[in-house]
Design a protein around this ligand. Structure first.
Ligand code: ZN
Length: 489
């Protein structure tokens, strides 16, 4: 059910493309400051890969324990899967002690010996690093190299892996061409059946030999997002959160005001992009937008207080508008957003709720480098994303009919949609507009369809609201909304 939901989303993303478009060459290697809506070429890594048939009925008879055949042979014993470290599970407990704990992409050891135990083990102050990697602060740990979240469960069934994807008359032409064409999670195209472009997409489904990506868990052969137990917690009463409704008409509610105070129940408007504590010149927003964000973040802080999952920190707030309604950066002659966005306090950039980090400030939540160059979008799974709090927050934002669109990265969108659906099904969002799939104002591009969401949303999400009269501003709303002018029809 979840898999089909993701598939449907991916198919929608591709439906406007007539035939199979060519792949643009990679973007240049120049490093630019992040700014939304720039660029057009999607970086595309070259891909090759052997044929790795892991399927049913390839050879004689079933393997022991119902395991799937690999290249026609039954898999070897434990630990010898296919030469991938992650495939083996070594049950031996050993002593873990090194000092490599560091922020993602940071110099190894940055967070070792800082007086705070960061390895997530018993008594740790933070879960920033792997068990045993902050030995100076935490001491020696006993354990295995910790399994990554969501890899706990196995499945003995088959995994789909064939290389038969191609146009009519030329089967297999699109397998191994560097673009994943099977329409599954992370696919660039949905031309072929799931599991038929194994060389480019990897095997589909999961079992003991083919565990899921980080943040996903193998359940009955399908990779589904790990709910981290959040759906089993009693739902708290959060009636005390501040109301999002602004009374007083457009003149009052549409007034552009500083987002204050800087810290509140669930949010943190910290200085960034050249701001200082005393000069938060990029943090002005419509009063009703501010009220809605305060309501949504307070709702998350309350509803998710009992979850083990995530870092339990407030949500970091990024660029809004300048005090006169200009695009942030205009004061310095460097407007940092596409024309027509972030004006008059209608738009905000906001961090993602995260796992495995110290706070929810704006930072990449995925690998975004491809071929040595910044691709400015997620090229790997969003391993630092807390999809559950992000889903709660965005669903609560939907309580206002003024919410026009939320833009997220193409790797984040399907995961958050899935999480919203699960939260709705489990009573966390009763009556929410977000629970009606057709009303969901989540925009993202799994491939670059020129609507402006494909790039620059790997480190933040973008919200945009209309005024109290509900003017759509001439643009399209919801998942079809564009962030760039001149969006293709
Ligand atoms: Zn933005």
């Amino acid at each position: 059910m979840r898999a089909s939901l993701i598939l449907a989303v991916l198919l929608m993303g591709c439906s406007s493309t007539a035939g199979r478009a060519g792949i643009s060459p990679g973007a240049g290697g120049d490093v630019r400051p992040p700014s939304e809506g720039e660029g057009e070429a999607g970086a595309e890594g070259g891909g090759e890969g052997g044929l790795d048939i892991v399927g049913e009925g390839e050879a004689d008879g079933p393997c022991p324990d119902g395991q799937a055949r690999v290249d026609g042979a039954c898999p070897a014993g434990e630990g010898e899967g296919e030469g991938e470290g992650e495939a083996s599970t070594d049950p031996e407990v050993q002593e873990l002690c090194d000092d490599t704990c560091a922020p993602a992409g940071g110099r190894p050891g940055t967070w070792a010996r800082d007086g705070s135990c960061d390895d997530g083990g018993p008594g740790a102050d933070t879960p920033e690093c792997g068990l045993g990697t902050d030995c100076a602060d935490c001491g020696v740990r006993q354990g295995r190299t910790p399994p990554r979240e969501g890899e706990g469960e196995g499945w003995d069934g088959p995994v789909l892996c064939e290389d038969t994807c191609g146009p009519a008359g030329n089967p297999d032409a699109w397998a191994g061409d560097g673009a994943c064409d099977d329409g599954g999670p992370g696919a660039e195209f949905a031309e072929c059946d799931l599991g038929t472009d194994c060389a480019d997409c990897g095997p589909r489904g999961c079992n003991r030999e083919h565990p899921c990506e980080h943040g996903l868990i193998c359940r009955e052969g399908a990779c589904v997002i790990d709910d981290g137990g959040v759906l089993n917690v009693d739902i708290p009463d959060c009636a005390h959160v501040p109301d999002w409704r602004c009374e007083g008409g457009e003149g009052f509610c549409g007034e552009v005001v500083p987002f204050e105070p800087d810290r509140g129940d669930g949010w943190w408007d910290y200085p960034l992009n050249g701001e200082t504590d005393r000069d938060q010149y990029r943090s002005y927003v419509r009063r009703d937008v501010m009220m809605l964000v305060k309501y949504a973040t307070a709702s998350v802080a309350c509803l998710a207080a009992g979850w083990d999952h995530g870092n339990h920190q407030p949500l970091g707030l990024g660029d809004m508008s300048e005090s006169n309604g200009d695009i942030p950066g205009t004061r310095d002659g460097q407007p940092g957003h596409p024309a027509g966005t972030h004006v008059n306090g209608h738009d905000m950039d906001i961090g993602y709720y995260q796992v495995g980090t110290r706070d929810n400030t704006l930072r990449p939540i995925c690998d975004h480098v491809q071929g040595g160059a910044d691709a400015y979008h997620c090229v790997g799974e969003p391993t630092l994303l807390d999809p559950w709090r992000t889903a709660l927050f965005l669903a609560k934002m939907h309580d206002s009919p003024q919410l026009r669109v939320v833009g997220v990265d193409g790797k984040v969108g399907p995961m958050v949609e899935d999480a919203i659906a699960s939260l709705c099904a489990n009573g966390w969002l009763d009556g929410s507009r977000a629970c009606r799939a057709a009303s969901l104002a989540l925009a993202f591009e799994v491939t670059d369809t020129q609507r402006g969401w494909f790039h620059f949303h790997h480190h933040h999400l973008h919200i945009s609201l209309v005024g109290q009269q509900g003017k759509r501003g001439g643009g399209r709303a919801g998942r079809d909304a564009c962030i760039v002018p001149g969006c293709p029809p």
